[in-house]
Design a protein around this ligand. Structure first.
Ligand code: TXA
Ligand code: MG
Length: 312
């Protein structure tokens, strides 16, 4: 049975105990819920892949409490350290060379020589990392190919019975996954748009980083096209629903649901996956979504929407 734990001292201690014994815990972060296991424990990491039904060639992000802990796992360049200082704790993941002797299971990197690391900002994630005292490997806590969870109930709906516990930290405030940045020589490359905007990265790096090209050497192997889809068929750039469609509005374009009536992109990001889950729950089989501007957090939102609308 999967325990639902409250985010108080007892709940956090119980979650840390389960993790220490090689168990898996649904962990709240500010982006989406993660499915956490001890990053140093081969069996725990293997259990993460099994619980998600994830192809084992798709590597995991390791969550650590701070920059010093990250530096024990990866080699950080000046640019990486500048981004860490600006955006950690927060929704930024960096892919960096794995340090020799790093105490991370080889299953985490799925054979790559790089490791994805992130310092989450959610207070309950931080409390759990402090109580556990090591790195936590955590992909998003959804069955592979399904929508990422932004509430404890979403984790329960997808993984109940397959994991030890879910630590309930409330609704995720960012609502889309972290921005993933890799490096080509010293230059930052965006591998996945997410909670930190390209404009914010540019503010630290001095220029807008390039994005990974389709056939790029730097891989983000998890970027499967249908990754973010609700069950229903999705039509984008809709200004009104067609008969039989459930309409998701944005700004002046209204709907049965709205990402943000005031056109606020942060609110829209926080609502995006919650609405996908709600659409699944109401059995929506045709979904129309209003246009979202391709700027700031809108870039990450449109990336998820395009994947949701892609043929499957
Ligand atoms: O916001 C987030 O990033 C959430 C929370 C839980 O932290 N996590 C998350 O993990 O979205 P996941 O596993 O769903 O997505 C991680 C992505 C995958 O596309 C994976 O392929 C990529 O990161 N990745 C991990 N390690 C990598 C590496 N060494 N090189 C390139 N891509 C990597
Ligand atoms: Mg995911």
């Amino acid at each position: 049975m999967t325990e639902l734990l409250m985010p108080d001292a007892d709940g956090v201690a119980r979650a840390a105990l389960l993790l220490g014994a090689g168990g898996l815990v649904g962990m709240p972060t500010e982006t989406v819920y993660g499915l956490a296991g001890d990053a140093a424990d081969d069996r725990a990491v293997a259990a993460i892949y099994a619980a998600k039904g994830r192809p084992s060639f798709n590597p995991l992000i390791v969550h650590v409490p701070d920059l010093a802990a990250a530096e024990q796992l990866v080699v950080m360049s000046g640019a990486a350290r500048a981004l860490a200082t600006a955006f950690w704790p927060g929704p930024l993941t960096m892919v960096l060379p794995l340090k020799a002797g790093s105490p991370v299971s080889p299953l985490v990197t799925a054979g790559l020589t790089t490791l994805a690391v992130r310092v989450p900002a959610h207070p309950v994630a931080r409390a759990l990392l402090a109580a556990f005292g090591g790195g936590l490997a955590a992909p998003s806590a959804n069955p592979s190919g399904r929508v990422s969870p932004t509430a404890a109930a979403h984790v329960m709906a997808g993984l109940s019975g397959r994991i030890g516990a879910v630590l309930d930290g409330g609704d995720c405030t960012v609502g889309v996954e972290s921005t993933i940045v890799g490096f080509r020589e010293e230059r930052a490359v965006i591998l996945r748009d997410g909670g930190v905007t390209a404009e914010a990265l540019a503010g630290v790096l001095g220029a807008v980083p390039e994005r990974r090209g389709e056939n790029d050497q730097i891989d983000a192997p998890g970027q499967l096209v249908s990754h973010y889809a609700p069950k229903g068929r999705v039509r984008l750039e809709a200004t009104a629903p067609e008969p039989g469609e459930v309409m998701v509005g944005f700004g002046a374009v209204g709907g049965d649901l709205t990402l943000s009536a005031s056109g606020d992109l942060a609110e829209a990001a926080a609502n995006l996956f919650r609405h996908f889950h709600a659409l699944d729950a109401m059995g929506a089989d045709r979904i129309a979504v209003a246009p979202v501007p391709e700027e700031g957090l809108g870039v990450a939102i449109n990336d998820r929407l395009r994947r949701a609308a892609a043929p499957r």
